[in-house]
Design a protein around this ligand. Structure first.
Ligand SMILES: NC(=O)CC[C@H](N)C(=O)O
Length: 235
């Protein structure tokens, strides 16, 4: 049975079609778009909050999108344990919604950065990483102006103690260095889960690296993990 992915669409989303292509055409699952003005998600197994510039990033990225009608039902779905993945602008929306702690500040360079980076898989006991290996290094693109993850010291300590840091920017060989951190994120954080582990936010774009033709297939492991989590099958 195919896993049903629901992909939110805000005015200004621009990675919604890439996410659709990844889960539908590459991973062979069901996918449908959900306009932000809808109030119900309907029958979906996984929610994807895609990247882009919702509301033109006015105020702060995600600060307006979080008031979209659909977000109430996303919060309900998450509270009931449904898997939600926010990618890039989606991560920003999830932080603004209070589903994830912390905030994404402007990159330390104050520049928009679009390039391939490496991230290390820190946790594999999540719906998003169960098909990956601990310590595995993924080659994956980033494209953001505000990916500099920040949270107060106590929050960072709690994230680390609970194993909520799922991806960390690293060197190609997996070493965590300052030079490998593209945007100034605290603790080289590229992705985190909530305490219940069913909501993930990540700045890199797994949907942009699911085919060899695109230069990397490393993003596929995240969608394969979700399929395994929901359907119990390895694809
Ligand atoms: N690719 C994206 O989702 C970009 C996210 C956001 N608009 C930023 O620049 O930080």
């Amino acid at each position: 049975m195919a896993v049903r992915f629901g992909i939110l669409v805000f005015p200004g989303s621009n990675c919604d079609h890439d996410a659709y292509h990844a889960v539908k055409h590459v991973a062979g699952q069901e996918a449908r778009f959900i306009w932000h003005k809808e109030t119900k998600l309907g029958d979906v197994d996984v929610v994807i909050v895609p990247g882009g510039f919702s509301y033109g990033d006015y105020l702060r990225p995600g600060a307006i999108a979080r008031f979209s009608p659909i977000m109430q039902d996303v919060i309900r779905f998450a509270r009931e344990g449904g898997p939600v993945i926010g990618i890039c602008n989606g991560f920003q929306v999830l932080c603004e919604s209070g589903l994830l702690p912390g905030v994404l500040l402007r990159n330390a360079s104050l520049r928009f950065i679009c390039k391939y980076v490496h991230v290390r898989v820190e946790q594999t006991d999540t719906p998003f990483t169960n098909a990956l290996q601990p310590g595995q290094v993924l080659r994956i693109p980033i494209a953001h102006g505000e990916g500099n993850y920040f949270a107060p010291k106590e929050v960072l300590e709690r994230l680390e103690a609970n194993g909520q840091v799922v991806f960390r920017y690293c060197e190609p060989d997996g070493r965590i260095t300052e030079a490998a951190n593209p945007n100034g994120s605290a603790h080289n954080i590229a992705g985190i889960v909530n305490e219940q582990r069913n909501v993930l936010g990540m700045m890199p774009h797994p949907e942009r690296c699911v085919e060899a033709l695109l230069g990397s297939e490393d993003g596929l492991g995240i969608f394969r993990s979700l399929i395994r989590h929901v359907a119990g099958v390895s694809v």
